[in-house]
Ligand binder design. Sequence first.
Ligand SMILES: Nc1nc2c(ncn2[C@@H]2O[C@H](COP(=O)(O)OP(=O)(O)OP(=O)(O)O)[C@@H](O)[C@H]2O)c(=O)[nH]1
Ligand SMILES: [Mg+2]
Length: 460
Amino acid sequence: MMYPGTGDTIVARATPRGASALSIIRLSGAKALEIAAGVFEGHDLLKQSTHTAHVGLVRGDQGAIDQIVATLFLAPNSATGEDIVEFSCHGGDVATDTIIELLTSKGARHAEPGEYTLRSFLNGKIDLAQAEGIAELIHARSERAGRISLAHLRGRYSDELSEIRSKLIELVSLIELELDFSEEDVAFADRSRLVALLDEAETRIQVLLNSYQYGKAVSEGIRVVIVGRPNAGKSTLLNAIVGYDRVIVNEKPGTTRDEVESEVEFEGVRFQFVDTAGLRETDDAVEAEGVRRSYQSLAGADLVVELVDLTDGDGGDTRLAAMITLEHPDLPVLRIGNKVDLIDSNDERTDDLDMTIAAVEIGQDETALNRLMKQIAVRTVGSDTVGEEHQVVTSSRQQSHLRAASDATARAKAQLSSGASGDMLSSDIRQIIEEIGAITGEITNEDILDQIFSKFCIGK
Ligand SMILES: Nc1nc2c(ncn2[C@@H]2O[C@H](COP(=O)(O)OP(=O)(O)OP(=O)(O)O)[C@@H](O)[C@H]2O)c(=O)[nH]1
Ligand SMILES: [Mg+2]
């Protein structure tokens, strides 16, 4: 285990470094109160009750360091389940660092990343999925990702999974009981109820599995690569989407050579837009390198926007789209005709396109921009009806356990319909139970814990 002594009293700042009005230091462990009381002047912290706050001075060996507020959360009524003392001191790193050093000299140890959360888990304050929720929340960079993590934190889908799991445990014990009475040929476990329960498990597991793609998009952001022939208006479009002149636009074809990335948030989801060099055969070495990178950037894309210049003689040329499909068969492509302002509205070339726009106008036209972003969101995030109230799986660890649970469910159903022996059936059901347990932490091993808690930052 990477965490030294869970019996130690640990200390860390709970707020980020840098300038701020206040900064919070958190001590947790059996000696938290004693260590805090030893440096605190004004009240005897050893005599105060839980959930109380006290103003006083922190005094080091060289004299008073800062006036602070000490807040007590005594075991078991604290976030970690241990005694916690929080010092709210004046912001800035000097006072904070000095106080932390003082506390470590009095017997506390610097906390490892995620160690507070680990203790919460070990003391039964939260389950594993909730712990992962906290890790995600720390890393959540968009508003919606934050809300989904909050849902984890409140244990939404842990509850749902635990419920399935306990019903399965009940049934598997009945089946195993039957095995004990095998000579008598009795059936304690109602087979039709078992079928219904497996169906239910399958449905719920499937819903969670389906949410993974969405959850991943929301937590990691979505990469949209804009490609097209030179002068199609790619850079103009990127500027319009991000709302300022990020990239140089020019009527000369071959303007963009480097890949340019820019981020925007739409309905709580982060999108990274990538502008690329126009795709064409070229003798210019720099431009050729740009073209090579354009092709390369397709590999990491979640969606390709292929921009077609409608004023081009062969604006409807489908060769580029065909090439992308050939190289990246699973990559969704949105074909957008640009410069619609310059062409006749019933122009036939718009037929095989998903939509048409005027990139020059989109920057000023919020409705048009929203219509475009909506299309992009539907093609990547999926239906926009997936709200944060839904259960969303965001960790690949959970996804792999869900997959295994789903496979075991399918096997159990096959066993049931073929009338296979009870012990085969029970071993499949046991596996479902185990996989679900691995998600919520009802069954764990140290590797899982290390993996999860190592994603935290110090102070959590
Ligand atoms: N009328 C009109 N002109 C546009 C529109 N979009 C872009 N343009 C013009 O088309 C020219 C090329 O635009 P860019 O955005 O530089 O095109 P690009 O695809 O980035 O070109 P490269 O970087 O060379 O591959 C510029 O003169 C733009 O002002 C549009 O919707 N309507
Ligand atoms: Mg460009």
